[in-house]
Design a protein around this ligand. Structure first.
Ligand code: AP5
Length: 213
């Protein structure tokens, strides 16, 4: 049996940052659908080529594609894995499909709350290493040398979907989908809402409490 914890939240709410830390220090398997799609784009696979068109416009990739991708990945994990889902589910059909996977029941669903103004600040200032994927922020987490990754020396780039116009569209899509997801998990008493507008370390401490770690 695989235990699944879902991190829900708007683009820029800090899901990826927290999931990476939990994976590093608490042996979670971090599954980020955004990272999986970006890997496919880099590798030039059919999935990557198809997804890129939607991602660059800030739109969602189809439910059928995403449900297939996640079920295949979750099923391939060793028994008793502890999984953190980051970026999935994003729509009600995705949540319903996930709930039907008997071998990987969803435990807690943690919703990261951050005001819109702060989300825009975080996303438009984010820079990502083109080599190792490390994430920086121009103001709150600047690299030691402008445009260069502290960890591997790779070039820092802005994600194509982090430009201001695309960010607005991603946020609008999030708002349109999210209340249905919250209702779905609230009815199952799985939803935990958390103030994610706090420093990374403090948010991590709150998450560890929620996860009883
Ligand atoms: P994805 O990569 O999942 O993007 P997202 O959900 O929009 O999430 P982000 O990575 O932008 O934000 P995050 O919450 O992880 O924040 P982060 O920790 O990085 O998806 C990209 C695209 O793929 C989608 O638009 C869609 O096209 C497609 N896709 C993916 N999954 C899909 C699905 N299930 N269905 C359909 N399509 C799908 O932090 C952001 C910034 O803030 C960083 O600079 C960071 O340093 C900073 N920061 C983080 N935490 C804090 C903090 N506590 N205080 C201050 N700054 C912070």
């Amino acid at each position: 049996m695989t235990a699944v914890t879902v991190l829900l939240g708007a683009p820029g709410s800090g899901k990826g940052t927290q999931a990476k830390r939990l994976a590093q220090h608490h042996s979670f398997v971090h599954l980020s659908t955004g990272d999986m799609l970006r890997t496919a784009i880099k590798a030039g696979t059919t999935l990557g080529n198809e997804a890129k068109v939607f991602m660059d416009r800030g739109e969602l990739v189809s439910d059928a594609t995403m449900i297939g991708l996640i079920s295949e990945t979750v099923c391939s994990l060793p028994q008793k894995s502890k999984v953190l889902l980051d970026g999935f589910p994003r729509t009600l059909p995705q949540a319903e499909a996930l709930s039907k996977t008997a071998s990987s029941p969803v435990g807690k669903v943690i919703f990261f709350q951050v005001p819109e103004k702060e989300l825009i600040r975080r996303l438009t200032g984010r820079r990502v290493c083109s080599k190792c994927g490390a994430s920086f922020h121009l103001i709150s987490l600047p690299p030691k040398k402008d445009g260069i990754c502290d960890s591997c020396g790779g070039a820092l780039l802005q994600r194509p979907d982090d430009s201001e116009g695309v960010v607005q569209k991603r946020l609008a899509i999030f708002v349109a989908q999210n209340s249905q997801l919250l209702d779905f998990y609230r009815k199952q008493a799985k939803l935990v809402e958390i103030d994610a507008n706090q420093p990374v370390e403090e948010l991590q401490a709150s998450l560890l409490k929620i996860l009883s770690l």
